[in-house]
Design a protein around this ligand. Sequence first.
Ligand code: DGJ
Length: 734
Amino acid sequence: MKLSTNTIKRLVSVAVLLVAQQSSPLSAQTIIPIQTQNNALVLEAGKNKDLNIIFFGKKLNDINEYPLVSGMYKQTEDYTQLLNSVYTPSGSRNLVEPALSVTHSDGNNSLDLRYVSHKETKIGDDISLLSIVLKDPVYDFQVILYYKSYYKEDVVEQWSEIRHEEKGDVTLHKYASANLHLKAKSYWLNQYHGDWAKEMQPEESKLTHGIKTLDSKLGTRANLFQPSVFMISMDSPANEDEGNVLYGALEYSGNFKIDLELDYQDNLRIVAGINNYASPYTLKAGEAFTTPAFLYTFSTEGKGAASRKLQSWARNYKLLDGKGNRLTLLNNWEATYFDFNESKLSDLIRDTKKLGVDMFLLDDGWFANKYPRNDDHAGLGDWQENQKKLPNGIGSLVKEADAKGVKFGIWIEPEMVNPKSELYEKHPDWVLKQPNRDEHYFRNQLVLDLANPKVQDFVFDVVDDLFTKNPKLAYIKWDCNAVIYNAHSAYLKNQSHFYIEYMRGLYSVLKRIRTKYPNTPMMLCSGGGGRVDYGALQYFTEFWPSDNTDPLERIFIQWEYSYFYPAISSSNHVTDWGKQPIKFRTDVAMMGKLGFDIVVSKLPENDLKFCQQAIKNYNVLKDIIWHGNQYRLSNPRENSVASMAYVNEAKTSGVIFNYLVSNRYAENSKTPIRLKGLDPAKKYRVREINLYPGTKSSINSETIFSGNFLMDVGFNPQVNSTRTSVVLQLEEAK
Ligand code: DGJ
């Protein structure tokens, strides 16, 4: 049947009205638009109640025109009417990668999902939650799709809830969080890979027909080799300020799978969720299986705008205390490793004060007695202070720090155990290992079975005891250095639930911790960046991007993380890695949440003076770095000079970090670097800060520039081989 434009418009108006009425039964054609400030994802249920995606992209001015979009495409036939399914069921008409695949209680493998109703609830000025009920017409099986949209930030979080009332159990073979369908001439995937000290290495390639999968099977610290964050540019590769680009990420810390299927019609299907690898899930009647959220944002103004939307969403809604403050710190890991005692720590606490940071952070090595933690072979799991190193316990150190006017934080790795530990001896059944096979270690340790409620209690108690005994404890660095080998839980009856139950156990512990200690800052660390994701970051205030703190490497690593995570969440420490001078190292660490991991007492006088002044400067600038808008000005992968700016909301203050990233002959900032995010009508003064004692800036801070000049002509930071790192402070000149 062909519908006239007017009929379509009328039908759409009815459907839109029904959305406004919050709940709607099925009309002949139901259009469900999920709209944010700039974008729309539009769904349509036709006569046969299949719910399909008919539009994704920059939103149209007239909502009534969405049903006209598909008529503009003359692609090959869709033999299934499901290629653009909102949540592709398998085993009935479907011929492509499914979102959901099941075996019913009677052994039948087919699934069909038809639209039943939807409901939209306004959660706040900025947030709406849409839920859509889909049901199988034959089996008593239903899926509720959830779309939580953040209007101003253009972000959507999507997840699903799967239930049934069949006579027996249903097996879920695949259970994605979301299923998207994009139309473009071509698709360019920007993905990441890595390893220890080489996190977030980007790779961009054109997607070809078939399926490209991004996944992890590591169990925990799941994104060591490949994180779930990615970008899809449409039509041509987007750059910083131009192009259509979608960002996606799974809010989950365990195994994930993202299938990017370029189908025979040349459309891109994205199916994202928990990895079903070794994990068929037995779902009981009446039980709900809720998937983690897949989040996405879309920009028609390139990667920079997309990243600012995501960063602002994270600060406003996801990252714990995203709009709050953070503590600068001195960490003792690289200063002492495992070799310390009370008197050494006392000196370090004194140095913390001298340096001018907020907190001393005691790292690995403070615990275990029968098998003392003197290296990484023993002690993990035995969370009692080592009597030899700390005869007066943590309590006396916390007190001492308090007396010196600094805060005290502590390192733990509570999910892990060394085979050489009392915990392992007492509770071998708490450890993940195959009963009949050799143990296989990652950093000489094994992972505890968080699927077991007793282990969950144990992990909660590790944190709770520390805070109960030391109420003034100010910070936790939560490490996680092993992946899961020989995945087997002595507790679980059904091993194929293991990977999922492990994550449920972890999140349940983190929820308990946050219920009791809602605000205490905690760093998500994983021997480098093996764990950061928005599933975990709702419990953590910051993450550790990499053990690689060589500042030259860090410019690249931090650059890539910054597309997905705000600067306030990135813990950057000044260490002795790399050949760069202290100024370069400190400048790079200042681009996020600043910390130090150096021997302060061994710093040459001028280095110490420099650090002390840089910390003072950071205290002035940190509000802009943590809460302002971030602009990538000059990409280190494309230029000899890297440049990154942060500008406050009012566009009155900013800071620009510039580095020489090439040591080829006479490389320098030959041309001005164009600033972004300023007010063209405002006047600004640019002043160089973080000068090493005894050096003078070659930049004249008296000149006043318009925002227009700084953004259209640019500013030359005068980076060269004698000025390899230049920090500029920008202030409105009144
Ligand atoms: C790995 C972390 O990334 C380091 O910062 C340090 O905390 C060590 N673990 C301690 O074992």
